[in-house]
Design a protein around this ligand. Structure first.
Ligand code: R1P
Length: 296
């Protein structure tokens, strides 16, 4: 992607592409599943409708956006890699490319702080952030500072969390009967190592971190690296609100309906119009929830 920055405040290429995800309006849907790994993104993409043809873009910065329809409803799968900075690029740059509501579900893997078996599915209702306190003197210890800071919790969007829970109830195989946990607190960390309590060659002062986390955060079940940022940005988004009448034409009269019925492969402009038509409230919002598979 040849970058010609038009605006240093929100850099875009001359043809309107956001700088890191590489997409522009019309190439990403309002309903998004975000994942961390390429294989997971490509696996989920196989479930999308055969028509219209999938749009996919691998950005120079390693983000992948795959857009298509699932049972005729536009959906994007966005692979963001790992960590809060990438989650921040993802939410802000997608927000810049869509109008109306934006729904985000993160489907990822996580560590587990309870005795749930590997393969369990956890839907956190909230997440805290656990971050390394860089003011702590890690080289020699520090009587004045704590080595790790815990934030207050931020909640998943309750409607989307419930919708996700209901959808899983309807579709899960019997073998998952007792392995879905829909009330849990997640902790997102800024390191896979130090702030998740792993012991490495660095002086991380984290030997008691996991015990501290469990004692300090009731219901804490999972550890990963992105959910807090996504929930936090979703909860704090407060950009310019477009009037619903301007962005909410009735679906039946929308010119992109032929795209949904497979008669056309669609254009960026059509997808943009379709996204706008899918507003589900008069005040556009970002709603976020997460589903996480427990790994060893
Ligand atoms: C660490 O191995 C990565 O795995 C988890 C963590 O959040 C972190 O990104 O998530 P994903 O499975 O989505 O990558």
């Amino acid at each position: 992607m040849k970058a010609r920055v038009q605006d240093a405040n929100f850099p875009k290429t001359a043809d309107g592409r956001v700088y890191h995800l590489g997409i522009r309006a019309g190439e990403v849907a309002n309903r998004i599943i975000t994942v961390g790994s390429v294989s997971r993104a490509e696996g989920i993409a196989k479930m999308l409708d055969a028509s219209p043809k999938l749009f996919s873009l691998y950005s120079e910065r390693g983000f992948i956006t795959i857009t298509g329809c699932y049972k005729t409803v536009p959906v994007s799968i966005v692979c963001i890699g790992m960590g809060a900075p990438n989650a921040d690029f993802f939410i802000r740059e997608v927000r810049e490319c869509v109008r109306g509501d934006m729904l985000v579900i993160r489907l990822g893997s996580c560590g587990c702080l309870t005795d749930l078996p590997v393969g369990s599915l956890v839907l956190p209702t909230s997440s805290i952030a656990c971050t390394r306190n860089v003011d702590f003197n890690f080289a020699s210890g520090d009587p004045w500072e704590v080595p790790y800071r815990l934030s207050k919790p931020v909640s998943a969007d309750p409607d989307l969390h419930k919708a996700l829970q209901d959808a899983i109830e309807l579709t899960r195989p019997p073998s998952l009967e007792n392995l879905v946990v829909s009330k849990a607190v997640n902790a997102s960390t800024d390191s896979f190592y130090s702030s998740q309590g792993r012991q490495t060659s660095f002086q991380d002062h984290n030997a008691s971190l996991i015990d501290h986390l469990k004692a300090a955060v009731p219901g804490l079940t999972t550890l990963e690296m992105e959910t807090f940022s996504i929930f936090h940005l979703a909860a704090s988004w407060g950009g310019v609100i477009q009037s619903s009448s301007a962005v909410n034409p009735p679906l039946a009269t929308n010119p992109v309906v032929p795209v949904l019925s497979g008669k056309s492969s669609g254009t960026s402009e059509q997808m943009e119009g379709l996204n706008a038509s899918l507003d589900i409230s008069s005040r556009p919002v970002i709603k976020a929830a997460a589903a996480q598979m427990v790994f060893a």
